[in-house]
Design a protein around this ligand. Structure first.
Ligand code: F6R
Length: 253
Protein backbone atom coordinates (compact mmCIF):
# COMPACT_ATOMS: atom_id res chain seq x y z
CA UNK A 1 0.00 0.00 0.00
CA UNK A 2 1.32 3.50 -0.86
CA UNK A 3 0.73 5.85 2.07
CA UNK A 4 0.05 9.57 1.63
CA UNK A 5 3.71 10.13 2.46
CA UNK A 6 4.72 8.43 -0.82
CA UNK A 7 6.31 5.58 1.09
CA UNK A 8 5.14 2.08 0.22
CA UNK A 9 4.00 0.40 3.45
CA UNK A 10 3.97 -3.35 4.00
CA UNK A 11 2.10 -4.01 7.24
CA UNK A 12 3.01 -7.24 8.98
CA UNK A 13 1.72 -8.71 12.23
CA UNK A 14 4.87 -8.99 14.29
CA UNK A 15 8.67 -9.03 14.41
CA UNK A 16 8.93 -12.59 13.09
CA UNK A 17 6.87 -11.79 10.02
CA UNK A 18 8.84 -8.58 9.49
CA UNK A 19 12.08 -10.55 9.56
CA UNK A 20 10.81 -13.13 7.08
CA UNK A 21 9.41 -10.47 4.73
CA UNK A 22 12.59 -8.38 4.76
CA UNK A 23 14.75 -11.46 4.19
CA UNK A 24 12.49 -12.63 1.36
CA UNK A 25 13.05 -9.33 -0.46
CA UNK A 26 16.82 -9.34 0.06
CA UNK A 27 17.08 -12.96 -1.09
CA UNK A 28 15.00 -12.19 -4.21
CA UNK A 29 17.33 -9.28 -5.04
CA UNK A 30 20.45 -11.42 -4.59
CA UNK A 31 19.02 -14.30 -6.61
CA UNK A 32 18.07 -11.94 -9.42
CA UNK A 33 21.41 -10.08 -9.35
CA UNK A 34 24.08 -12.26 -7.75
CA UNK A 35 26.53 -9.34 -7.84
CA UNK A 36 24.17 -7.03 -5.92
CA UNK A 37 25.56 -4.23 -3.77
CA UNK A 38 23.73 -4.29 -0.44
CA UNK A 39 23.70 -1.51 2.14
CA UNK A 40 23.35 -2.98 5.62
CA UNK A 41 22.28 -1.77 9.04
CA UNK A 42 23.05 -3.00 12.54
CA UNK A 43 20.93 -2.65 15.71
CA UNK A 44 18.17 -4.83 17.13
CA UNK A 45 15.75 -4.56 14.21
CA UNK A 46 17.63 -6.43 11.46
CA UNK A 47 18.85 -9.28 13.70
CA UNK A 48 15.87 -11.47 12.77
CA UNK A 49 16.28 -10.62 9.08
CA UNK A 50 19.91 -11.71 9.18
CA UNK A 51 18.89 -14.91 10.97
CA UNK A 52 16.47 -15.63 8.11
CA UNK A 53 19.16 -14.90 5.48
CA UNK A 54 21.49 -17.34 7.22
CA UNK A 55 18.80 -19.97 7.42
CA UNK A 56 17.96 -19.58 3.74
CA UNK A 57 21.65 -19.77 2.82
CA UNK A 58 22.05 -22.99 4.80
CA UNK A 59 18.82 -24.62 3.66
CA UNK A 60 18.37 -23.30 0.13
CA UNK A 61 21.91 -22.36 -0.81
CA UNK A 62 21.46 -18.72 -1.86
CA UNK A 63 25.01 -17.61 -2.55
CA UNK A 64 26.60 -14.31 -1.54
CA UNK A 65 29.93 -15.05 -3.21
CA UNK A 66 29.56 -12.14 -5.63
CA UNK A 67 27.67 -9.78 -3.31
CA UNK A 68 29.29 -6.57 -2.05
CA UNK A 69 28.12 -4.93 1.19
CA UNK A 70 28.52 -1.47 2.71
CA UNK A 71 27.38 -0.93 6.28
CA UNK A 72 25.83 2.34 7.30
CA UNK A 73 28.05 3.11 10.25
CA UNK A 74 30.64 2.28 12.88
CA UNK A 75 31.50 3.74 16.28
CA UNK A 76 34.61 5.91 16.47
CA UNK A 77 37.22 4.43 18.80
CA UNK A 78 36.11 0.78 18.59
CA UNK A 79 38.42 -1.61 16.75
CA UNK A 80 36.96 -4.27 14.47
CA UNK A 81 37.64 -6.97 17.07
CA UNK A 82 35.92 -5.06 19.90
CA UNK A 83 32.77 -7.08 20.63
CA UNK A 84 30.70 -3.86 20.74
CA UNK A 85 31.81 -2.73 17.30
CA UNK A 86 29.51 -3.00 14.32
CA UNK A 87 32.26 -4.99 12.59
CA UNK A 88 31.81 -7.63 15.32
CA UNK A 89 28.01 -7.43 15.09
CA UNK A 90 28.09 -8.12 11.36
CA UNK A 91 30.52 -11.01 11.79
CA UNK A 92 28.37 -12.54 14.52
CA UNK A 93 24.96 -12.11 12.91
CA UNK A 94 25.73 -12.50 9.23
CA UNK A 95 29.11 -12.64 7.57
CA UNK A 96 30.61 -15.67 9.29
CA UNK A 97 27.55 -17.74 8.36
CA UNK A 98 27.54 -16.89 4.64
CA UNK A 99 29.85 -17.64 1.72
CA UNK A 100 30.48 -13.90 1.30
CA UNK A 101 34.00 -12.81 0.42
CA UNK A 102 35.41 -10.65 3.24
CA UNK A 103 37.12 -8.34 0.76
CA UNK A 104 33.70 -7.34 -0.47
CA UNK A 105 32.26 -6.48 2.98
CA UNK A 106 32.83 -2.88 4.00
CA UNK A 107 32.29 -0.88 7.19
CA UNK A 108 33.83 2.46 8.07
CA UNK A 109 37.02 2.09 10.13
CA UNK A 110 36.30 3.48 13.59
CA UNK A 111 40.02 3.52 14.37
CA UNK A 112 41.10 5.48 11.28
CA UNK A 113 43.92 7.90 12.10
CA UNK A 114 42.41 10.44 9.74
CA UNK A 115 38.65 10.05 10.06
CA UNK A 116 37.88 12.71 7.45
CA UNK A 117 39.99 10.87 4.87
CA UNK A 118 38.31 7.62 5.90
CA UNK A 119 34.91 9.17 5.18
CA UNK A 120 35.97 10.44 1.76
CA UNK A 121 37.48 7.03 0.95
CA UNK A 122 34.30 5.21 2.00
CA UNK A 123 32.15 7.44 -0.17
CA UNK A 124 34.55 6.93 -3.10
CA UNK A 125 34.47 3.17 -2.67
CA UNK A 126 30.66 3.11 -2.80
CA UNK A 127 30.75 5.22 -5.93
CA UNK A 128 33.40 3.04 -7.61
CA UNK A 129 31.39 -0.11 -6.89
CA UNK A 130 28.54 1.44 -8.86
CA UNK A 131 26.38 2.52 -5.92
CA UNK A 132 24.07 0.64 -3.59
CA UNK A 133 21.30 -1.44 -5.15
CA UNK A 134 19.35 -2.21 -1.98
CA UNK A 135 19.83 -0.39 1.32
CA UNK A 136 18.43 -1.86 4.53
CA UNK A 137 17.61 0.73 7.20
CA UNK A 138 16.34 0.81 10.75
CA UNK A 139 15.00 4.04 12.26
CA UNK A 140 15.86 5.73 15.54
CA UNK A 141 13.12 6.93 17.90
CA UNK A 142 14.23 10.47 17.00
CA UNK A 143 13.95 9.75 13.28
CA UNK A 144 17.63 9.17 12.59
CA UNK A 145 18.73 6.87 9.78
CA UNK A 146 22.29 5.68 9.94
CA UNK A 147 23.61 7.94 12.68
CA UNK A 148 22.27 11.06 10.97
CA UNK A 149 20.67 12.80 13.91
CA UNK A 150 17.97 15.50 13.65
CA UNK A 151 19.36 18.63 12.00
CA UNK A 152 21.74 16.77 9.66
CA UNK A 153 21.62 18.39 6.21
CA UNK A 154 20.04 16.31 3.47
CA UNK A 155 23.19 16.96 1.39
CA UNK A 156 25.45 15.16 3.90
CA UNK A 157 27.81 12.43 2.76
CA UNK A 158 29.81 9.96 4.88
CA UNK A 159 30.93 11.91 7.93
CA UNK A 160 31.99 11.84 11.57
CA UNK A 161 29.06 12.68 13.85
CA UNK A 162 28.50 13.23 17.54
CA UNK A 163 25.76 10.93 18.88
CA UNK A 164 22.87 12.56 20.71
CA UNK A 165 22.23 11.58 24.32
CA UNK A 166 18.97 9.90 23.27
CA UNK A 167 20.81 7.67 20.79
CA UNK A 168 23.56 6.88 23.32
CA UNK A 169 20.88 5.91 25.83
CA UNK A 170 18.99 3.77 23.31
CA UNK A 171 22.21 1.90 22.50
CA UNK A 172 23.26 1.39 26.13
CA UNK A 173 21.58 -2.03 26.16
CA UNK A 174 24.44 -3.35 24.03
CA UNK A 175 27.12 -2.24 26.54
CA UNK A 176 27.84 -3.42 30.09
CA UNK A 177 28.54 0.12 31.29
CA UNK A 178 26.65 3.13 29.87
CA UNK A 179 29.88 5.13 29.98
CA UNK A 180 31.34 2.74 27.38
CA UNK A 181 28.92 3.94 24.68
CA UNK A 182 31.09 5.91 22.26
CA UNK A 183 30.33 9.59 21.75
CA UNK A 184 31.05 9.66 18.00
CA UNK A 185 30.47 7.52 14.95
CA UNK A 186 31.24 7.49 11.25
CA UNK A 187 28.05 7.24 9.23
CA UNK A 188 26.96 7.34 5.64
CA UNK A 189 25.28 10.70 5.10
CA UNK A 190 21.69 11.31 4.09
CA UNK A 191 22.70 12.02 0.48
CA UNK A 192 24.70 8.77 0.44
CA UNK A 193 21.67 6.81 1.63
CA UNK A 194 19.36 8.65 -0.76
CA UNK A 195 21.47 7.61 -3.77
CA UNK A 196 20.65 3.93 -3.11
CA UNK A 197 18.48 2.63 -5.91
CA UNK A 198 16.05 0.87 -3.58
CA UNK A 199 15.49 1.18 0.18
CA UNK A 200 13.98 -1.20 2.72
CA UNK A 201 13.11 0.53 5.99
CA UNK A 202 12.29 -1.73 8.93
CA UNK A 203 10.37 -0.75 12.07
CA UNK A 204 9.17 -2.98 14.87
CA UNK A 205 7.62 -2.44 18.27
CA UNK A 206 5.61 0.17 20.17
CA UNK A 207 8.71 2.29 20.82
CA UNK A 208 8.84 3.11 17.11
CA UNK A 209 5.12 4.01 16.84
CA UNK A 210 5.51 7.79 17.40
CA UNK A 211 8.31 8.18 14.85
CA UNK A 212 6.48 6.05 12.27
CA UNK A 213 3.38 8.21 12.78
CA UNK A 214 5.50 11.33 12.18
CA UNK A 215 7.15 9.81 9.11
CA UNK A 216 3.91 8.74 7.46
CA UNK A 217 1.54 11.52 8.46
CA UNK A 218 3.43 14.78 9.06
CA UNK A 219 3.34 17.10 6.11
CA UNK A 220 6.87 18.39 6.20
CA UNK A 221 10.02 16.87 4.72
CA UNK A 222 12.60 18.35 7.06
CA UNK A 223 16.07 17.70 8.51
CA UNK A 224 14.34 17.84 11.93
CA UNK A 225 13.12 14.34 11.01
CA UNK A 226 16.05 12.89 9.01
CA UNK A 227 14.04 9.87 7.81
CA UNK A 228 11.58 12.22 6.11
CA UNK A 229 14.10 12.52 3.24
CA UNK A 230 12.90 9.03 2.26
CA UNK A 231 9.52 10.45 1.31
CA UNK A 232 11.03 12.02 -1.79
CA UNK A 233 12.81 8.82 -2.86
CA UNK A 234 11.30 6.81 -5.73
CA UNK A 235 11.67 3.36 -4.26
CA UNK A 236 11.25 3.06 -0.49
CA UNK A 237 9.39 0.23 1.19
CA UNK A 238 8.64 0.39 4.90
CA UNK A 239 8.02 -2.99 6.49
CA UNK A 240 6.44 -2.33 9.85
CA UNK A 241 4.65 -4.49 12.38
CA UNK A 242 1.33 -3.78 14.05
CA UNK A 243 2.91 -2.18 17.11
CA UNK A 244 5.05 0.18 15.04
CA UNK A 245 1.97 1.14 12.98
CA UNK A 246 -0.29 1.47 16.03
CA UNK A 247 -0.41 5.30 15.95
CA UNK A 248 -0.96 5.63 12.22
CA UNK A 249 -4.61 4.58 12.20
CA UNK A 250 -6.74 5.28 9.18
CA UNK A 251 -4.32 7.75 7.57
CA UNK A 252 -2.81 4.80 5.72
CA UNK A 253 -6.01 4.31 3.68
C1 F6R B 1 22.33 1.01 12.65
C2 F6R B 1 21.84 2.37 12.42
C3 F6R B 1 20.74 2.96 13.23
C4 F6R B 1 19.66 1.98 13.66
C5 F6R B 1 18.60 2.67 14.51
C6 F6R B 1 17.55 1.70 15.02
O1 F6R B 1 23.35 0.67 11.74
O2 F6R B 1 22.36 3.03 11.60
O3 F6R B 1 20.14 4.01 12.50
O4 F6R B 1 19.07 1.41 12.53
O5 F6R B 1 19.20 3.30 15.60
O6 F6R B 1 18.16 0.80 15.90
P1 F6R B 1 17.37 -0.46 16.48
O7 F6R B 1 17.14 -1.38 15.33
O8 F6R B 1 18.34 -1.07 17.49
O9 F6R B 1 16.11 0.05 17.09
Amino acid sequence: MISKSGIRVVAVSDYEELSREAARRIIAAVRQHPASVLGLATGSTPEGTYRELVRDHQEKGTSYRRVTTFNLDEYVGLAADNPHSYHAYMEQHLFRHLDISRERTHLPDGMAGEPEAECRGYEEMIRKTGGIDLQVLGIGVNGHIGFNEPGTPFSSETQVVRLTESTRQANQIHFEDPKQVPTHAITMGLATIFRSRSILLLASGAKKAPVIRRLLTEAEITPALPASILRSHRDVTLIADQEALSQVGSSLD
